[in-house]
Each structure stands twice: as C-alpha cells, then as structure tokens.
Write a protein that binds this ligand. Structure first.
Ligand code: NDP
Length: 247
C-alpha cells in the first residue's frame, strides 16, 4: 500500500480515466476523494467502485466557489483529470463561446484547482499534482483547435508549477494517457474528422493502464521525472510502472 496515509482528489472521477484513477489510488492505499457534476454521477461511480472507499463531491470544475469548498480541506495529491474534447470542428465552424468553454474547463479550471491545492501543499512542505495531458498538447490536430490550445496551455502550466514550486517539495507531472477506450473517444469516432477518429475501438487502451501509471507517479519512485510532460506510450516509463510492452 504505497500511498497509505496520503489524501488525493481526482477531478471528474465519475467515469472514464478519472474513475480508473480513483480505483488505482484507492487500491494503492490513498484516501481518495473525487468530484463529479451531479449527485447521480457520484452514485453511479460509487456503484462501480464497490467496496473501495472513495468520497464523491458534487462540484463542476468551472465553479470556483464549489471547487474552493472541496479543496479547503487540503490534499497531498491532485489529479487534474476533468476535461472535454469539444467543440470538434474546423476553426471557421466552431463558436467562440464553445471554444472558450473548452479553455475554461481544460485550462483555467485546472489552474484554479492547482492554485487551491498548492496553498495547502506548499504550507505542508510537499505534494503531487498530475495534469492529464495529450499528444494534442504538442501537435495540432484537425478539428481540435480548442482542445490542442487548452492542453498546450496545461503543459506549460505543468512546467510553470515545476519552476516555481519544485523547491517547495511540489512534484508536478503532465501525463498523456494514450488513446483510451472512454466516452471521449466515442465522441471522437462519431466526428470522423481526423485520424484519431478512425482508430477502431478494439485498438484503444483500457483506462486502468494510464490509471496505474498515474498512481505510480504519486509515489517517490517517480521523483526524478517531476516537471515533465510524460506519455504512457514511452517504453521506459511503461517498464518502470510495470505495464505490458506495446507491439
Ligand atoms: P470522458 O469524457 O470519458 O470523461 C470526462 C470526465 O470529465 C467526466 O467525468 C466528466 O464529467 C468530467 N468533466 C468534464 N467537464 C467537467 C466539468 N466542467 N466539471 C467537472 N467534471 C467535468 O474523458 P476521458 O476519461 O477520456 O478523459 C479524461 C482526461 O484524459 C481528459 O482530461 C482528457 O482530455 C484526457 N485524455 C484522454 C484521452 C483518451 O483517449 N480518452 C487521450 C488524451 C487525454 P461528466 O460525467 O459530468 O461529463
């Protein structure tokens, strides 16, 4: 139980990668909390979790009052997982409002959660933050201008936190989870707009793989990698985490 004694918050922990991270952290012994956008979503996650202990909090990531309340108690680990892919469409075809909603969710809300978490972490002399990154943070993908811009900004936030707070014991990681079989990939397939939408569902990775890697990042074994934007497809990282080798 490598994370026993640690408290963790996973944003958007009710389904997909977030739910798998809640499970992996709880299995590693952490006391896990997660946010979800409705009481029904918390209940659905609780059913999936079975006997694993984890506390759900009703909070939209973009609601700064609700997020302040959740983060007031302080956590040793924050996983900025909640995210949206849309609007999917070429630049002339998307609305500025939808574009802004993406940046608000994927970047600004993650910044705010980071700021709230850091106050406690810096005060106690340490903590771990994992930001869900993407290959799209580093290269443009047709139809995903908002998502790419938001994830690129988040990758720079990772580096900024490392620059300013590594000396205070803060370990921050960007982590691209691969192409994972979740509802987000269902929306991407339905759009048909770029090569990712053409990947058959059977070729997608299960969510528990990135989740195990994220739980590993929360342990001291990952200290030397702090500050980096990592990718689950990196063979060396997979070996260190104990994930199967990719063909
Ligand atoms: P899903 O769409 O399956 O799940 C997204 C989760 O985020 C849901 O729990 C959703 O809640 C939550 N969420 C979205 N907006 C908000 C909000 N405003 N407030 C609170 N929660 C919110 O996505 P994935 O599990 O696939 O993705 C998780 C993360 O991993 C994202 O950051 C994504 O960008 C990243 N990622 C995923 C990849 C993949 O292949 N799946 C690849 C690269 C990166 P609700 O149920 O209420 O909608």
């Amino acid at each position: 139980m490598t994370l026993s004694g640690k408290t963790a918050l996973v944003t958007g922990g009710n389904r997909g990668i977030g739910l798998a991270v809640v499970k992996a952290l709880a299995e590693a012994g952490a006391t896990v909390h997660f946010t979800a956008r409705s009481a029904a979503n918390i209940a659905a996650a609780r059913r999936e979790l079975g006997d694993l202990p984890a506390t759900g909090h009703h909070a939209d990531m973009t609601d700064s009052v609700a997020m302040t309340t959740v983060l007031e108690q302080g956590f040793d680990i924050l996983v900025n997982n909640a995210g949206i892919i849309g609007p999917i469409g070429r630049i002339l075809d998307v609305s500025p409002e939808d574009w802004a909603r993406n940046i608000q969710t994927n970047l600004i809300a993650a910044f705010h959660a980071t700021q709230l978490a850091l106050r406690h972490m810096v005060g106690q002399g340490g903590g771990t933050i994992v930001n869900l990154s993407s290959g799209a943070a580093h290269r443009p993908m047709e139809g995903w201008s908002a998502y790419c811009a938001g994830k690129a900004g988040l990758a720079m936030l990772t580096r900024s936190v490392h620059l300013e707070y590594a000396g205070h014991g803060i370990r921050v990681f960007g982590f691209a989870p691969g192409v994972v079989d979740t509802d987000m990939q269902r929306s991407i397939r339905a759009s048909g707009i770029n090569p990712v939408s053409q990947i058959p569902r059977e070729n997608l990775a299960p969510a528990d793989e990135p989740a195990r890697a994220i739980a590993w990042l929360c342990t001291p074994a990952a200290d030397a990698l702090a500050g980096q934007d990592l990718d689950v497809r990196n063979p060396d990282l997979r070996r260190m985490v104990g994930l199967r080798a990719l063909e």
